[in-house]
Design a protein. Sequence first.
Length: 329
Amino acid sequence: MVTAKVWVLKKHFEGFPKTSDFDLKKIELPNLKDGELLLESVFLSVDPYMRPYSQRDMKEGDIMIGTQVARIVESKNPAFTVGDFVVARSGWRTHFISGGKDLQRLPSSWPESLPKSLALGTVGMPGLTAYFGLLEVCKMKPGETVLVNAAAGAVGSVVGQLAKIGGCKVVGCAGSDDKVAYLKEIGFDEAFNYKTVTSLDEALHKASPDGYDCFFDNVGGEFASIAINHMKKYGRIAVCGAISQYNDSVPQKGPYIQIPMIFKELRMEGFIVSRWNNRWEEGLRALLKWVVEGKVKYHEQVTEGFENMPMAFIGMLKGENLGKAVVKV
């Protein structure tokens, strides 16, 4: 009999999540039936989407939603071997049982030297979000200028590097000088700290006086309402996230985007990466190849200990992470 630790949503978040909104519980797992697997989480992901999705999809008392890299510790399923690593969407748990259909194997070409936690970040859902958002929504072309906010995060940092691989000029913004230095290090042409510039409007103009062909928006709110005025005619905006609004108790007013949308004939499209589930293997292969070749660099913010999941989640929402935030069990 295995005892799993799980984090449950004790209370729906009001404004910014607090550690008291979570509860750590223990669950006794039953013995395996034929066709089942017992898995233990090795790395767990904390992501911005968990904040709005918990409100939409969860009841108080449910196990927190999320993804992990897990190791198979017992198998009664001939398709899986003990010791194999997989990506699962089983929430904030140390151990769980699966029938195998909901598990995604790491690509067979995964080098032993590469951290398996990257399957939750650069070579996982966030990397795929950047990949399909740029290629399918922004439809970037060589020679264009791409703007990305929250650029030092798990998605934004990959967006910038893929845009460079695609032959674009890339402008990014982030919330600290260390993050800006990191963006320059990984190849961004221009980067600035949106918290310290005297005028966001001026900073965007200075970084690209001719404007922007593509805007990959992870933030929404005031940033988006200013950035839209810097788009070139026929520009494309991929709306990936709205982290500036997730923790608001009172909805923000505006922005009102219709006039620039009309006069610049812009295209703005919201997307969720699961739209391209049938092409994940293609995306993961491409991302893994670029990482192995050194064309896409990565940084991880690793928090040790399953008991620190809420703290890591809250820290990520506050922007304390550089690159992908993960928890090592």
